[in-house]
Design a protein around this ligand. Structure first.
Ligand SMILES: [Zn+2]
Length: 70
């Protein structure tokens, strides 16, 4: 499990809301961001996953060869 903001290491914590049973959530050791299953679900349902366009150095560039129909 990695932090959504900084990719830091997350530790499991018990989160308590008033009048609610304790929920297991996550806290980032680096930036301190708190995540609980509800937040995670909202995030997933609202925004599509962001794809990183970064290429690894030295990675081959994928070229698509188009065959000519003529
Ligand atoms: Zn973080």
């Amino acid at each position: 499990m990695r932090c959504l903001r900084c990719q830091g290491f997350l530790i499991a914590i018990q989160m308590r809301d008033m009048g609610q049973p304790p929920v297991t959530g996550w806290r980032c050791l680096l930036c301190g961001a708190m995540t609980d299953p509800g937040i995670e679900a909202n995030r997933v349902s609202q925004s599509p996953p962001i794809r990183s366009g970064a290429r690894l150095p030295g990675a081959p560039v994928r070229r698509v060869k188009k065959e000519r129909s003529q």
